[in-house]
Ligand binder design. Structure first.
Ligand SMILES: *[C@@H]1O[C@H](CO)[C@@H](O)[C@H](O)[C@H]1NC(C)=O
Ligand SMILES: *[C@@H]1O[C@H](CO)[C@@H](O)[C@H](O)[C@H]1NC(C)=O
Ligand SMILES: *[C@@H]1O[C@H](CO)[C@@H](O)[C@H](O)[C@H]1NC(C)=O
Ligand SMILES: *[C@@H]1O[C@H](CO)[C@@H](O)[C@H](O)[C@H]1NC(C)=O
Length: 389
Protein backbone atom coordinates (compact mmCIF):
# COMPACT_ATOMS: atom_id res chain seq x y z
CA UNK A 1 0.00 0.00 0.00
CA UNK A 2 1.27 3.39 -0.95
CA UNK A 3 0.64 4.96 2.44
CA UNK A 4 2.92 2.69 4.47
CA UNK A 5 6.07 3.77 2.61
CA UNK A 6 5.32 7.35 3.38
CA UNK A 7 4.72 6.72 7.02
CA UNK A 8 8.08 5.04 7.53
CA UNK A 9 10.03 7.66 5.67
CA UNK A 10 8.25 10.35 7.64
CA UNK A 11 9.35 8.76 10.91
CA UNK A 12 12.92 9.96 10.38
CA UNK A 13 12.48 13.68 11.05
CA UNK A 14 10.97 13.27 14.48
CA UNK A 15 13.33 10.49 15.47
CA UNK A 16 16.14 12.94 14.75
CA UNK A 17 14.22 15.63 16.57
CA UNK A 18 13.84 13.36 19.61
CA UNK A 19 17.53 12.48 19.61
CA UNK A 20 18.42 16.17 19.46
CA UNK A 21 16.22 16.89 22.42
CA UNK A 22 17.57 13.98 24.43
CA UNK A 23 21.20 14.75 23.76
CA UNK A 24 21.36 18.54 23.88
CA UNK A 25 18.72 19.67 26.27
CA UNK A 26 17.69 19.01 29.82
CA UNK A 27 14.42 17.09 29.85
CA UNK A 28 11.52 19.46 29.96
CA UNK A 29 8.51 17.77 31.46
CA UNK A 30 6.09 20.25 29.94
CA UNK A 31 7.00 19.36 26.34
CA UNK A 32 5.72 16.04 25.08
CA UNK A 33 7.42 14.64 22.04
CA UNK A 34 5.32 11.77 20.81
CA UNK A 35 3.84 11.91 17.31
CA UNK A 36 0.27 13.18 17.22
CA UNK A 37 -1.43 10.42 15.20
CA UNK A 38 -4.06 12.82 13.88
CA UNK A 39 -7.17 10.75 13.13
CA UNK A 40 -8.59 13.31 10.69
CA UNK A 41 -7.98 16.55 8.81
CA UNK A 42 -10.55 19.33 8.37
CA UNK A 43 -9.45 21.78 5.72
CA UNK A 44 -10.62 25.31 4.92
CA UNK A 45 -9.30 27.11 1.86
CA UNK A 46 -9.29 28.08 -1.79
CA UNK A 47 -8.13 26.33 -4.97
CA UNK A 48 -4.69 25.71 -3.48
CA UNK A 49 -6.34 23.02 -1.34
CA UNK A 50 -9.63 22.31 -3.15
CA UNK A 51 -10.03 18.55 -3.68
CA UNK A 52 -13.42 18.74 -5.37
CA UNK A 53 -15.61 21.38 -3.72
CA UNK A 54 -15.88 23.82 -6.60
CA UNK A 55 -16.22 20.93 -9.06
CA UNK A 56 -19.14 19.51 -7.04
CA UNK A 57 -20.96 22.84 -7.05
CA UNK A 58 -20.07 24.36 -10.41
CA UNK A 59 -18.88 21.55 -12.64
CA UNK A 60 -15.75 19.49 -13.03
CA UNK A 61 -12.37 21.05 -13.81
CA UNK A 62 -11.69 20.24 -17.48
CA UNK A 63 -8.94 17.91 -18.69
CA UNK A 64 -5.92 17.96 -18.68
CA UNK A 65 -6.37 18.79 -14.97
CA UNK A 66 -5.55 15.63 -13.03
CA UNK A 67 -3.60 14.01 -15.88
CA UNK A 68 -0.35 13.21 -14.05
CA UNK A 69 -1.49 11.32 -10.98
CA UNK A 70 -5.21 10.61 -11.12
CA UNK A 71 -5.31 10.34 -14.94
CA UNK A 72 -8.63 12.21 -15.06
CA UNK A 73 -10.07 15.45 -13.68
CA UNK A 74 -10.72 15.08 -9.94
CA UNK A 75 -11.73 18.56 -8.82
CA UNK A 76 -8.16 19.73 -8.38
CA UNK A 77 -6.63 22.65 -10.26
CA UNK A 78 -3.35 20.92 -10.99
CA UNK A 79 -2.00 18.07 -13.08
CA UNK A 80 -1.89 15.99 -9.89
CA UNK A 81 -1.82 16.21 -6.14
CA UNK A 82 -1.94 19.34 -3.98
CA UNK A 83 0.01 20.11 -0.81
CA UNK A 84 -3.07 19.04 1.23
CA UNK A 85 -2.96 15.63 -0.50
CA UNK A 86 0.68 15.16 0.49
CA UNK A 87 -0.16 16.24 4.03
CA UNK A 88 -2.97 13.65 4.26
CA UNK A 89 -0.81 10.95 2.70
CA UNK A 90 2.12 11.57 5.03
CA UNK A 91 -0.20 11.28 8.05
CA UNK A 92 -1.45 7.93 6.74
CA UNK A 93 -4.90 9.34 5.94
CA UNK A 94 -7.11 9.19 2.85
CA UNK A 95 -7.11 12.11 0.43
CA UNK A 96 -9.82 14.43 1.71
CA UNK A 97 -13.29 14.25 0.23
CA UNK A 98 -14.93 17.58 -0.44
CA UNK A 99 -17.82 18.28 1.93
CA UNK A 100 -19.94 19.20 -1.10
CA UNK A 101 -19.15 16.00 -2.99
CA UNK A 102 -22.26 13.82 -2.72
CA UNK A 103 -20.82 10.82 -4.53
CA UNK A 104 -18.32 8.33 -3.16
CA UNK A 105 -17.23 10.46 -0.21
CA UNK A 106 -15.86 8.84 2.92
CA UNK A 107 -15.51 11.42 5.68
CA UNK A 108 -14.21 9.14 8.45
CA UNK A 109 -10.78 10.78 8.24
CA UNK A 110 -11.94 14.32 7.68
CA UNK A 111 -13.54 16.67 5.21
CA UNK A 112 -12.51 19.47 2.93
CA UNK A 113 -14.51 22.71 2.87
CA UNK A 114 -12.20 24.56 0.46
CA UNK A 115 -13.37 25.72 -2.98
CA UNK A 116 -11.44 27.30 -5.82
CA UNK A 117 -11.83 31.08 -5.76
CA UNK A 118 -12.80 31.24 -2.08
CA UNK A 119 -11.97 34.32 -0.06
CA UNK A 120 -12.04 34.92 3.68
CA UNK A 121 -14.57 37.77 3.37
CA UNK A 122 -17.95 37.27 1.69
CA UNK A 123 -17.87 38.86 -1.75
CA UNK A 124 -20.38 41.21 -3.33
CA UNK A 125 -19.74 39.93 -6.86
CA UNK A 126 -20.99 36.78 -8.51
CA UNK A 127 -18.63 34.03 -9.59
CA UNK A 128 -19.50 34.92 -13.17
CA UNK A 129 -18.40 38.53 -12.65
CA UNK A 130 -15.20 38.05 -10.72
CA UNK A 131 -14.32 34.34 -10.70
CA UNK A 132 -14.52 34.42 -6.91
CA UNK A 133 -16.38 31.62 -5.16
CA UNK A 134 -19.54 32.38 -3.16
CA UNK A 135 -18.27 29.76 -0.68
CA UNK A 136 -16.19 32.19 1.36
CA UNK A 137 -14.67 31.19 4.70
CA UNK A 138 -17.80 32.09 6.70
CA UNK A 139 -19.83 29.75 4.45
CA UNK A 140 -17.20 27.01 4.91
CA UNK A 141 -17.61 27.56 8.63
CA UNK A 142 -21.43 27.16 8.40
CA UNK A 143 -20.83 23.95 6.48
CA UNK A 144 -18.36 22.68 9.07
CA UNK A 145 -20.81 23.41 11.87
CA UNK A 146 -23.57 21.54 10.05
CA UNK A 147 -21.18 18.67 9.36
CA UNK A 148 -20.22 18.55 13.05
CA UNK A 149 -23.82 18.43 14.28
CA UNK A 150 -25.13 16.03 11.65
CA UNK A 151 -22.34 13.47 12.00
CA UNK A 152 -23.29 13.11 15.65
CA UNK A 153 -26.93 12.51 14.74
CA UNK A 154 -25.94 10.04 12.03
CA UNK A 155 -23.67 8.10 14.38
CA UNK A 156 -26.60 7.56 16.79
CA UNK A 157 -28.76 5.85 14.19
CA UNK A 158 -27.75 2.60 12.55
CA UNK A 159 -27.31 2.57 8.83
CA UNK A 160 -24.86 2.87 5.99
CA UNK A 161 -23.86 6.49 6.64
CA UNK A 162 -22.51 5.71 10.11
CA UNK A 163 -19.49 4.11 8.45
CA UNK A 164 -18.76 7.24 6.45
CA UNK A 165 -18.54 9.94 9.12
CA UNK A 166 -15.84 10.76 11.70
CA UNK A 167 -15.99 9.58 15.29
CA UNK A 168 -16.55 12.37 17.85
CA UNK A 169 -12.90 12.28 18.96
CA UNK A 170 -11.77 13.00 15.40
CA UNK A 171 -12.99 16.56 15.93
CA UNK A 172 -10.99 17.12 19.09
CA UNK A 173 -7.85 15.24 17.96
CA UNK A 174 -7.97 16.20 14.30
CA UNK A 175 -5.75 18.67 12.49
CA UNK A 176 -7.48 21.84 11.25
CA UNK A 177 -5.70 23.20 8.20
CA UNK A 178 -6.24 26.64 6.63
CA UNK A 179 -4.97 27.90 3.28
CA UNK A 180 -7.00 30.98 2.45
CA UNK A 181 -6.57 34.74 2.02
CA UNK A 182 -4.72 34.93 -1.28
CA UNK A 183 -7.94 35.62 -3.22
CA UNK A 184 -8.91 38.42 -0.86
CA UNK A 185 -5.75 40.17 -2.08
CA UNK A 186 -5.85 39.28 -5.79
CA UNK A 187 -9.65 39.60 -5.93
CA UNK A 188 -9.42 43.16 -4.63
CA UNK A 189 -6.66 44.03 -7.11
CA UNK A 190 -8.55 42.55 -10.07
CA UNK A 191 -11.63 44.56 -9.04
CA UNK A 192 -9.42 47.66 -9.44
CA UNK A 193 -8.69 48.42 -5.80
CA UNK A 194 -5.29 50.00 -5.29
CA UNK A 195 -2.65 48.18 -3.25
CA UNK A 196 -3.24 50.65 -0.44
CA UNK A 197 -6.98 50.02 -0.53
CA UNK A 198 -6.36 46.27 -0.32
CA UNK A 199 -3.95 46.82 2.56
CA UNK A 200 -6.59 48.86 4.36
CA UNK A 201 -9.02 45.91 4.14
CA UNK A 202 -6.60 43.44 5.78
CA UNK A 203 -7.67 44.11 9.40
CA UNK A 204 -11.27 43.29 8.42
CA UNK A 205 -10.16 40.20 6.45
CA UNK A 206 -8.10 38.88 9.36
CA UNK A 207 -10.81 39.74 11.86
CA UNK A 208 -13.15 37.41 9.96
CA UNK A 209 -10.44 34.73 9.80
CA UNK A 210 -10.02 34.95 13.56
CA UNK A 211 -13.76 34.49 14.12
CA UNK A 212 -13.69 31.20 12.23
CA UNK A 213 -10.60 29.84 14.03
CA UNK A 214 -12.20 30.66 17.38
CA UNK A 215 -15.43 29.02 16.29
CA UNK A 216 -13.58 25.79 15.42
CA UNK A 217 -11.91 26.00 18.84
CA UNK A 218 -15.34 26.36 20.48
CA UNK A 219 -16.34 23.09 18.79
CA UNK A 220 -13.32 21.36 20.35
CA UNK A 221 -10.66 21.80 17.66
CA UNK A 222 -7.20 22.24 19.19
CA UNK A 223 -4.60 21.68 16.48
CA UNK A 224 -4.24 24.25 13.74
CA UNK A 225 -1.91 24.31 10.74
CA UNK A 226 -2.13 27.65 8.95
CA UNK A 227 -0.56 28.37 5.54
CA UNK A 228 0.19 31.98 4.69
CA UNK A 229 -0.37 33.59 1.28
CA UNK A 230 1.96 32.66 -1.58
CA UNK A 231 3.98 34.99 -3.86
CA UNK A 232 1.06 36.31 -5.93
CA UNK A 233 3.42 38.61 -7.85
CA UNK A 234 4.98 35.53 -9.51
CA UNK A 235 1.71 34.18 -10.95
CA UNK A 236 1.14 34.63 -14.71
CA UNK A 237 -2.49 35.68 -14.26
CA UNK A 238 -1.44 38.56 -12.04
CA UNK A 239 1.52 39.44 -14.30
CA UNK A 240 -0.79 39.53 -17.36
CA UNK A 241 -3.81 41.27 -15.79
CA UNK A 242 -1.84 43.85 -13.83
CA UNK A 243 1.25 44.82 -15.85
CA UNK A 244 4.01 46.19 -13.67
CA UNK A 245 6.76 48.69 -14.55
CA UNK A 246 10.11 47.00 -15.34
CA UNK A 247 11.80 48.75 -12.42
CA UNK A 248 9.26 47.13 -10.08
CA UNK A 249 10.09 43.57 -11.18
CA UNK A 250 12.56 41.53 -9.14
CA UNK A 251 15.49 39.58 -10.59
CA UNK A 252 13.29 36.45 -10.84
CA UNK A 253 10.73 38.34 -12.95
CA UNK A 254 8.05 38.58 -10.26
CA UNK A 255 6.15 41.81 -9.58
CA UNK A 256 7.51 43.32 -6.37
CA UNK A 257 4.47 45.42 -5.39
CA UNK A 258 2.17 42.37 -5.32
CA UNK A 259 4.66 40.15 -3.53
CA UNK A 260 5.18 42.95 -1.04
CA UNK A 261 1.40 43.03 -0.50
CA UNK A 262 1.40 39.27 0.19
CA UNK A 263 4.27 39.67 2.66
CA UNK A 264 2.42 42.54 4.36
CA UNK A 265 -0.67 40.32 4.71
CA UNK A 266 1.54 37.51 6.04
CA UNK A 267 3.11 39.70 8.73
CA UNK A 268 -0.38 40.64 9.93
CA UNK A 269 -1.48 36.99 9.78
CA UNK A 270 1.53 35.99 11.88
CA UNK A 271 0.67 38.70 14.44
CA UNK A 272 -2.86 37.30 14.55
CA UNK A 273 -1.52 33.77 15.15
CA UNK A 274 0.57 35.10 18.06
CA UNK A 275 -2.54 36.75 19.47
CA UNK A 276 -4.63 33.57 19.03
CA UNK A 277 -1.99 31.56 20.92
CA UNK A 278 -2.44 33.92 23.88
CA UNK A 279 -6.23 33.73 23.73
CA UNK A 280 -6.55 29.98 23.10
CA UNK A 281 -4.29 28.58 25.79
CA UNK A 282 -4.91 24.92 24.89
CA UNK A 283 -4.48 25.29 21.16
CA UNK A 284 -1.33 24.35 19.24
CA UNK A 285 -1.14 26.63 16.21
CA UNK A 286 1.52 26.21 13.54
CA UNK A 287 2.10 29.09 11.13
CA UNK A 288 3.60 27.80 7.87
CA UNK A 289 5.52 30.18 5.62
CA UNK A 290 4.31 28.83 2.28
CA UNK A 291 5.34 32.13 0.70
CA UNK A 292 8.99 31.58 1.51
CA UNK A 293 8.90 27.92 0.40
CA UNK A 294 7.24 28.73 -2.94
CA UNK A 295 9.49 31.72 -3.56
CA UNK A 296 12.59 29.63 -2.78
CA UNK A 297 11.49 27.17 -5.44
CA UNK A 298 10.59 29.81 -8.05
CA UNK A 299 13.69 31.94 -7.53
CA UNK A 300 16.07 28.96 -7.61
CA UNK A 301 14.14 26.80 -10.04
CA UNK A 302 17.05 25.38 -12.02
CA UNK A 303 18.99 24.49 -8.88
CA UNK A 304 16.00 22.35 -7.89
CA UNK A 305 15.58 20.73 -11.32
CA UNK A 306 12.79 22.95 -12.70
CA UNK A 307 12.72 25.14 -15.81
CA UNK A 308 10.97 28.37 -16.93
CA UNK A 309 9.61 29.07 -13.44
CA UNK A 310 7.12 31.73 -14.55
CA UNK A 311 5.75 30.00 -17.65
CA UNK A 312 2.51 28.04 -17.29
CA UNK A 313 2.62 24.39 -18.32
CA UNK A 314 -1.00 24.30 -19.44
CA UNK A 315 -1.78 27.53 -21.27
CA UNK A 316 -1.68 29.43 -24.50
CA UNK A 317 0.54 32.19 -25.83
CA UNK A 318 2.39 35.22 -24.59
CA UNK A 319 5.45 35.60 -22.42
CA UNK A 320 4.02 33.36 -19.70
CA UNK A 321 2.15 30.85 -21.88
CA UNK A 322 -0.99 32.28 -20.31
CA UNK A 323 -3.92 33.97 -22.00
CA UNK A 324 -6.38 35.97 -19.91
CA UNK A 325 -9.29 34.99 -22.19
CA UNK A 326 -8.79 31.24 -22.44
CA UNK A 327 -7.48 28.98 -19.71
CA UNK A 328 -6.15 25.46 -19.34
CA UNK A 329 -8.54 22.97 -20.96
CA UNK A 330 -10.27 25.67 -23.05
CA UNK A 331 -10.37 25.97 -26.83
CA UNK A 332 -8.76 28.60 -29.04
CA UNK A 333 -9.00 29.21 -32.72
CA UNK A 334 -5.56 29.43 -34.32
CA UNK A 335 -5.62 30.42 -38.02
CA UNK A 336 -9.09 28.93 -38.35
CA UNK A 337 -8.07 25.68 -36.66
CA UNK A 338 -9.55 24.88 -33.26
CA UNK A 339 -6.92 23.99 -30.68
CA UNK A 340 -7.23 22.56 -27.20
CA UNK A 341 -5.26 24.48 -24.58
CA UNK A 342 -3.36 21.48 -23.29
CA UNK A 343 -0.48 20.48 -21.12
CA UNK A 344 3.23 20.92 -21.71
CA UNK A 345 5.43 17.93 -22.53
CA UNK A 346 6.84 17.44 -19.06
CA UNK A 347 4.86 18.90 -16.13
CA UNK A 348 7.37 17.34 -13.71
CA UNK A 349 9.91 20.09 -14.52
CA UNK A 350 7.37 22.92 -14.43
CA UNK A 351 6.30 24.93 -11.38
CA UNK A 352 3.23 26.81 -12.60
CA UNK A 353 0.44 24.60 -13.91
CA UNK A 354 -2.21 26.86 -15.49
CA UNK A 355 -1.06 30.39 -14.73
CA UNK A 356 -2.78 30.48 -11.34
CA UNK A 357 -2.04 27.13 -9.70
CA UNK A 358 0.97 24.88 -9.22
CA UNK A 359 2.00 21.56 -10.70
CA UNK A 360 2.09 18.37 -8.65
CA UNK A 361 5.90 18.48 -8.84
CA UNK A 362 5.95 21.99 -7.32
CA UNK A 363 3.40 21.03 -4.67
CA UNK A 364 5.46 17.98 -3.74
CA UNK A 365 8.64 20.07 -3.46
CA UNK A 366 6.88 22.59 -1.23
CA UNK A 367 5.38 19.84 0.93
CA UNK A 368 8.77 18.12 1.29
CA UNK A 369 10.30 21.37 2.47
CA UNK A 370 7.58 22.38 4.95
CA UNK A 371 6.82 18.95 6.46
CA UNK A 372 9.87 18.95 8.75
CA UNK A 373 9.01 22.35 10.21
CA UNK A 374 11.85 24.30 8.64
CA UNK A 375 9.37 26.91 7.30
CA UNK A 376 7.12 26.85 10.36
CA UNK A 377 6.65 28.83 13.52
CA UNK A 378 7.11 27.06 15.86
CA UNK A 379 9.64 24.99 13.97
CA UNK A 380 8.17 21.52 14.56
CA UNK A 381 7.41 18.75 12.06
CA UNK A 382 3.86 18.13 10.84
CA UNK A 383 3.53 14.93 12.91
CA UNK A 384 4.27 16.92 16.07
CA UNK A 385 1.89 19.78 15.36
CA UNK A 386 -0.37 18.88 18.30
CA UNK A 387 2.30 20.00 20.78
CA UNK A 388 2.22 23.52 22.06
CA UNK A 389 5.70 24.97 22.32
C1 LIG B 1 -14.14 4.72 5.11
O1 LIG B 1 -12.77 4.85 5.44
C2 LIG B 1 -12.43 4.18 6.64
C3 LIG B 1 -10.99 4.52 6.98
O2 LIG B 1 -10.12 4.03 6.01
C4 LIG B 1 -12.64 2.70 6.48
O3 LIG B 1 -12.32 2.02 7.68
C5 LIG B 1 -14.11 2.45 6.13
O4 LIG B 1 -14.31 1.08 5.87
C6 LIG B 1 -14.50 3.27 4.92
N1 LIG B 1 -15.95 3.14 4.78
C7 LIG B 1 -16.52 2.60 3.69
C8 LIG B 1 -18.00 2.43 3.75
O5 LIG B 1 -15.86 2.29 2.72
C1 LIG C 1 -19.52 43.97 0.50
O1 LIG C 1 -20.40 45.04 0.83
C2 LIG C 1 -20.55 45.27 2.22
C3 LIG C 1 -21.64 46.34 2.41
O2 LIG C 1 -21.32 47.49 1.66
C4 LIG C 1 -19.23 45.70 2.81
O3 LIG C 1 -19.33 45.90 4.20
C5 LIG C 1 -18.19 44.58 2.53
O4 LIG C 1 -16.92 44.99 2.99
C6 LIG C 1 -18.13 44.27 1.04
N1 LIG C 1 -17.24 43.11 0.85
C7 LIG C 1 -16.14 43.18 0.13
C8 LIG C 1 -15.33 41.93 0.02
O5 LIG C 1 -15.77 44.18 -0.42
C1 LIG D 1 -10.83 47.90 -14.01
O1 LIG D 1 -10.17 48.89 -14.80
C2 LIG D 1 -10.00 48.50 -16.15
C3 LIG D 1 -9.14 49.57 -16.82
O2 LIG D 1 -9.57 50.84 -16.49
C4 LIG D 1 -11.38 48.32 -16.80
O3 LIG D 1 -11.21 47.90 -18.14
C5 LIG D 1 -12.14 47.24 -16.04
O4 LIG D 1 -13.45 47.13 -16.55
C6 LIG D 1 -12.22 47.58 -14.56
N1 LIG D 1 -12.78 46.47 -13.85
C7 LIG D 1 -13.74 46.58 -12.93
C8 LIG D 1 -14.21 45.31 -12.31
O5 LIG D 1 -14.21 47.65 -12.60
C1 LIG E 1 13.85 19.86 5.85
O1 LIG E 1 13.70 19.15 4.64
C2 LIG E 1 14.32 19.76 3.52
C3 LIG E 1 13.96 18.96 2.28
O2 LIG E 1 14.18 17.61 2.45
C4 LIG E 1 15.83 19.85 3.77
O3 LIG E 1 16.44 20.49 2.67
C5 LIG E 1 16.06 20.66 5.04
O4 LIG E 1 17.45 20.69 5.35
C6 LIG E 1 15.32 20.03 6.21
N1 LIG E 1 15.44 20.91 7.37
C7 LIG E 1 15.59 20.45 8.62
C8 LIG E 1 15.69 21.48 9.69
O5 LIG E 1 15.63 19.25 8.88
Amino acid sequence: MEHSGWKTSMLKPYVIFLLMLLSNQPMNATISNYPCNFPAIFNFGDSNSDTGGLAAAFGQAPPPNGETFFHRPVGRYSDGRLVIDFIAQSLGLHYLSAYLDALGSNFTQGANFATGGSTIRPQNTTRHQSGLSPISLNVQSYQFNDFYVRTQIIRKVDGVFKELVPKPEAFSHGLYTFDIGQNDLTGGLLLNLSINQVKASIPDILGQFKTVVKDVHDKGGRYFWIHNAGPIGCLPYILEHLPTKPEEMDETGCANPFNELARFFNRKLKDLVDQLRKELREAAITYVDIYRARYALISQASKHGFEHPLRACCGYGGKYNYNIHVGCGGRVSDNGKELLVGSCKDPSVKIIWDGIHYTEAANKWVFNHVVNGSYSDPSIPLQMACHRK
